[in-house]
Design a protein around this ligand. Structure first.
Ligand SMILES: Cc1cc2nc3c(=O)[nH]c(=O)nc-3n(C[C@H](O)[C@H](O)[C@H](O)COP(=O)(O)OP(=O)(O)OC[C@H]3O[C@@H](n4cnc5c(N)ncnc54)[C@H](O)[C@@H]3O)c2cc1C
Ligand code: SF4
Length: 500
């Protein structure tokens, strides 16, 4: 009998070898490897999500009539070896892992690796697109890839033209928070099953952090479909306009909260995009919201997977700005902070294991960048702290977008910003002891100080970037630059010592 080995982020009956599997003809193997669990100090909700989703998936396959070998082993390789010695399968087939190290491991084992079809554009198809694109373009851009995806998949295309007459509606999005005090969609909490409860109790035996799960994150297909339905019904209509806004009392606003289900395989990109497009066609959601969502899923999400595979393995070691500081203790709840925005965003992370995109990019990433934190420490922390963390998505977003550690391969300029940006896009500054308009003095906003300090400290590395000319010029003209540098040094020390 053949064995299909299903990895923890491949929990779908519709992809890979499982798509054509039959109970009685195929056996299924899942391995929970202790070394992987112990390898990092995971957020409780992250560890629970993976283990509970794997166990629910195994139970569903058993209900369908499959013989499932759910194995707890010291390592993945041990789990496979024990399975092979007990069942002597004719062949072990496994869908190609999405992460580099997983692929390397499987290539050393006695298994057949089948193509990964969890994405609409596989890494191989992306590499071919990139090759052809670079023959006539100087660089890869998400925008070009996205338009190629839209056309070839025929998503939001009418008679060869983009639906609504434009490829994007950013001018209608990126609004600051609304001032009308509106309500936001309530987030459904899924009932915790016996499997969830058992995992929650078990993970207390490991070195974990963050608050325990309360049911925000679906750990089975039925709940993931409920989350998708909730998003399309209640949040998609308002997804676009305030996508980039942050509010201290609202952790989810109109975001989809679908990333963890997409990244574990409980949902597939094609079905979530189809649900959003249907909502547009039924006049339930406007084009700026639907296009904005489609762009995230078939554009950004597939683009980051593609560049990850194109640029690995060297990509993970990129550190072009030579950032070497350690991760500040506030990032893991080991210190408090009087920076209202940082405290709010990290509080949400501790409670929910999740932040929305702008919180990740313009608060967390911005601080890690301007404070010069080592990209490897930043990646490790984010990977274990977010429910949707995975190396393929983390590296381009963090090394490329947020930290500019790849020297501009992914994003043309660093996403560094002072307190003025956060003040415009959130309501945090009103309740903060710092002043976003100040860059020197005790009450200067750390973001405003570090922004200018970062430009001065990295002038040499950024000089050849023509998109940075205006900012570097403004920095050189600052009359109080010495004071900024002095305050910048104080802030980074205070951050490292957990006193900011
Ligand atoms: C520094 C940094 C680190 C990030 N790390 C992760 C990560 O580990 N895992 C992860 O899934 N996303 C990551 N992202 C991307 C993005 O922030 C999250 O996907 C999003 O916040 C998840 O919430 P949501 O499902 O409500 O997303 P929505 O805002 O509702 O977007 C819809 C979907 O689009 C996809 N998506 C949107 N933007 C991106 C992107 N830049 N890259 C990949 N997919 C995207 C996600 O699957 C998401 O579920 C990161 C972004 C930054 C700036
Ligand atoms: S003043 Fe600065 S630290 Fe305080 S909330 Fe605003 S941006 Fe954040």
């Amino acid at each position: 009998m053949r064995t299909i080995w299903v990895l923890g982020d491949q929990l779908s009956r519709r992809v890979g070898p499982l798509a054509n599997a039959t109970p009685g003809r195929d056996r299924v193997l899942l391995v929970e490897a202790a070394d992987k669990i112990r390898s990092k100090r995971w957020h409780r909700q992250r560890l629970h999500l993976i283990l509970a989703s794997m166990r629910h998936f195994a139970a569903e396959l058993e209900t369908e009539g499959f013989d499932v070998d759910y194995r707890r082993a010291t390592t993945m390789a041990d789990g496979l070896a024990h399975h092979q010695s007990v069942y002597a399968p004719s062949e072990v087939v496994v869908m190609a892992p999405l992460n580099w190290d997983g692929r390397q491991l499987l290539e050393r084992l006695d298994v057949t690796i089948s193509p990964n079809d969890q994405f609409l554009c596989s890494p191989e198809a992306f590499a071919q697109w990139a090759d052809e694109h670079l023959a006539s373009h100087a660089r890869l851009t998400m925008e070009d890839f996205y338009r190629w995806q839209r056309r070839r998949l025929d998503i939001l295309i009418d008679d060869g033209q983009p639906t609504g007459g434009a490829w994007n509606f950013d001018k209608d999005n990126r609004e600051p928070p609304p001032k009308d005090g509106r309500g936001w969609p309530e987030v459904r909490r899924f009932a915790l099953t016996d499997i969830d409860e058992a995992v929650i109790a078990e993970i207390e035996g490991y070195d974990v952090w963050g608050e325990p799960p309360v049911g925000w994150w679906p750990t089975n297909r039925a709940d993931a479909l409920l989350r998708l339905g909730d998003f399309v019904e209640h949040a998609l209509p308002t997804f676009g306009a305030h996508q980039d806004a942050m509010l201290d009392a609202e952790w989810s606003m109109s975001h989809s909260l679908l990333s963890s289900a997409l990244n574990t395989g409980l949902l597939l990109p094609g079905e979530v995009v189809a649900a959003a497009v249907d909502a547009y066609q039924d006049s339930h959601a406007p084009i700026n919201s639907v296009e904005g969502f489609v762009r995230q899923v078939i554009g950004w999400r597939e683009y980051v997977l593609g560049v990850y595979w194109l640029w690995m393995p060297d990509y993970r070691d990129e550190n072009r700005l030579a950032a070497t500081r350690s991760l500040p203790p506030v990032f893991e709840g080991q210190a408090s902070t009087s920076m209202a925005c940082l405290g709010g965003v990290l509080g949400n992370l501790e409670r929910n294991g999740w932040n929305h995109h702008i919180e990740r990019l313009m608060v967390i990433g911005n601080l890690l960048l301007t404070a010069g934190v080592d990209p490897r420490a930043a990646v490790d922390w984010m990977w274990r702290s977010y429910v949707d963390g995975a190396e393929w998505v983390m590296l381009p977003n963090l090394i490329g977008m947020a930290l500019h550690a790849d020297g501009g391969r992914m994003a043309t300029k660093p996403y560094a910003a002072g307190g003025a940006y956060i003040n415009r896009m959130s309501n945090y500054c009103k309740g903060c002891r710092f002043d976003p308009k100040k860059r020197t003095g005790d009450d200067a906003c750390p973001f405003s100080t570090l922004y200018w300090d970062f430009l001065a400290g990295n002038e040499e590395a950024l000089r050849s970037n023509h998109r940075m000319g205006r900012q570097l010029g403004a920095m050189r003209k600052l009359a109080d630059l010495d004071g900024v540098r002095e305050r910048g040094a104080e802030i980074t020390v205070a951050l490292t010592e957990g006193r900011l």
